[in-house]
Design a protein around this ligand. Structure first.
Ligand code: COA
Length: 165
């Protein structure tokens, strides 16, 4: 359906779009335990202060960013340097059309290229759309962390998933 989409490394010029898509995920209340909104300046700092091995990739629909994925450090401890934590967000009106799947393929490729051995992620339990996406890409559930965070005054369980590359 969206044939003109390209996948490339993010630049500071993408910060406004990335922040807007991130904030949709925060508003949805199912994508992340983050509650602080991401403004363009915050995203610019986040982009410019990262080790290049921890890439951010955007889905670019002819100049409009419609999704992004980041490889994030799992831990500062050196022994974990081959593990990347992953985040993925698609703009609301573009969800359910295969973009998340394509972007995750790109993220897995990028993680392999950057020498990671494994990808992990933390998902809010009940985010079935995301769960299907990860299962279809070879992730497995490590376990559930019960009552791990609070959103809208309710305890939230999170599911840890992993994929060896
Ligand atoms: C989760 C997310 C990244 C998936 O991206 P997407 O472009 O919407 O997903 P896709 O269209 O590529 O579909 C991926 C898989 O999800 C499943 N899926 C698609 N639409 C779905 C729906 N409405 N409900 C449940 N599962 C659905 C399908 O299994 C699909 O795989 P398949 O078509 O190969 O069987 C996207 O919906 C999103 O940004 N959600 C908000 C942020 C978020 O939850 N991020 C993940 C945090 S852990």
């Amino acid at each position: 359906m969206y044939n003109g989409i390209t996948y490339r490394k993010a630049s500071c010029h993408d910060a406004t779009f990335i922040g807007a898509i991130w904030n949709q995920g925060i508003d949805d209340g199912i994508a992340t335990l983050e509650i602080d909104k991401r403004g363009a300046e915050w995203v610019k700092n986040w982009l410019s202060n990262r080790d290049p091995r921890y890439s951010v990739i955007v889905a670019d629909n002819e100049g409009k960013i419609v999704g992004w994925l980041s490889l994030n450090p799992f831990s500062q401890r050196k022994a974990y340097m081959f593990v990347a934590d992953i985040s993925i967000y698609i703009e609301r009106s573009y969800r359910g059309h295969g973009l998340g799947s394509n972007l995750l393929d790109q993220g897995i490729l990028e993680a392999r290229t950057n020498g990671f051995h494994k990808i992990i992620l933390t998902m809010i339990s009940g985010n079935e759309h995301a769960r299907n996406l990860y299962i279809n890409h070879g992730f497995r559930t490590v376990g559930i962390m019960h009552e791990q965070g609070i959103l809208n005054n309710k305890w939230i369980d999170t599911e840890i998933m992993e994929k060896i590359l």
